[in-house]
Design a protein around this ligand. Structure first.
Ligand code: SAM
Length: 343
């Protein structure tokens, strides 16, 4: 009788991957951003889709635009979009600014942002690549404002990144930060998975090991020669994949199809950690505040489907006013709110 393999309960999938597959340590752009055609799955309003007044996400996206614009005092000014992904928020902010430069450590993202700007006919936004963890390619005191949307925590050394952003911001200039803190993953999402489609025949299984107390995440990436659909089928009959289904026997079953294994460590400061770093670095004023996204969400909810305005100009007027109020309202730091920091 074939002996079924027994595993020590202490050997979890992460230990197994470390031991059997010896993952290669890499930066976040090597891990994922250099590989994705679209960082947003082509979902961004204006950049990839016409504005649709019936969708909450399209309203909150306008809220985020006016949040970045007004928090940085960016109208008619020179702005940096740090880590622009597909060109967000640079490409939606550009019509209101003098000039927007997007800086990204991923060459693929810079190419995609440049293509998106060309396709949209945006002439005052350009995108620059640099090597992660090196001096940013700008003189001291270059920018009037800096927008950082879910990007500082993707860099190898977030505190050093903020020091660099401080250096290139003009005195009196304003940095607005949106970030992914880990408190939102408490109670059940410490371990998690995501399957990213790479092309028709390959996908990447990403397993998250979130250490919420210590504010960091280890992401293991298994590049697999199987379509996303095939892998999903093996994991779950009803397409409902969850971390529980990723067992050692499952990994053994697909092992021969695994062609690359990486691990990436990202540091995810909480709001409190960000505030203490910003103070240490020398920012004069720091305001954790409510966001334009939140204001736009509340506005959307106020209307019935019949009453809700449809044209973008009227919607923008409402959202602009609500956003101006929201971004000046101090928010509890335990909520990990967006933060404005003034040099
Ligand atoms: C989660 S995405 C956010 C993209 C976009 N801002 C958005 O919110 O849709 C993170 C972005 O940060 C970029 N990034 C990662 N490491 C970086 C670094 N060291 N310097 C600059 N950008 C970096 C990634 O390439 C990616 O474009």
């Amino acid at each position: 009788m074939a002996m079924e393999k027994q595993y020590d309960l202490e050997v979890n999938v992460f230990n197994w991957i470390e031991e059997k597959l010896s993952p290669k340590l890499c930066t976040s752009e090597e891990f994922i951003y250099n590989e994705m055609e679209s960082q947003s799955d082509f979902s961004l309003p204006i950049i990839y889709q016409p504005f649709d007044s019936t969708k909450t996400f399209h309203w909150t996206d306008r809220g985020a635009l006016f949040d970045f614009l007004y928090s940085t005092y960016g109208e008619g000014k020179k702005l940096l979009d740090f880590g622009p992904g597909d060109g967000w928020p640079s490409l939606i902010v550009a019509p209101y600014a003098k000039e927007v430069i997007g800086l990204d450590a991923s060459l693929k993202r810079v190419d995609i942002c440049t293509q998106n700007a060309e396709r949209m006919g945006i002439k005052n936004a350009r995108f620059i690549n640099y090597e992660a963890d090196t001096k940013m390619p700008f003189e001291d005191n270059t920018f009037d404002g800096i927008m950082a949307a879910s990007s500082i925590e993707q860099t190898p050394n977030p505190k050093k990144t903020i020091e660099e952003l401080y250096r290139i911001l003009k005195p009196g200039g304003r940095l607005r930060i949106h970030y992914e803190a880990l408190n939102a993953y408490k109670n059940g999402q410490e371990n998690d998975l995501w399957i990213a489609e790479l092309d028709d025949r390959s996908c990447k299984l990403i397993l998250f090991d979130r250490n919420i107390e210590d504010e960091y995440v280890l992401q293991y990436g298994l590049t697999i020669e199987m379509s996303e659909e095939e892998l999903t089928k093996i994991l779950s009959l009803d397409n409902d994949v969850s971390f529980k289904q990723v067992t050692i026997p499952f990994l053994e079953e697909i092992e021969s199809k695994i062609v690359n294994v990486q691990v990436c460590k990202t540091i995810h400061p909480s709001g409190k950690t960000f505030v203490s770093w910003l103070k240490e670095i020398g920012f004069k004023e720091i305001l954790p505040s409510y966001s334009g996204r939140f204001a736009a969400f509340k506005l959307f909810e106020q209307f019935t489907d019949e009453e809700r305005p449809k044209d973008l100009d009227s919607i923008d007027e409402l959202i602009k006013r609500a956003t101006k109020v929201a971004i000046e309202l101090k928010a509890p730091i335990d909520m990990d709110p967006m933060i404005t920091a003034i040099k």
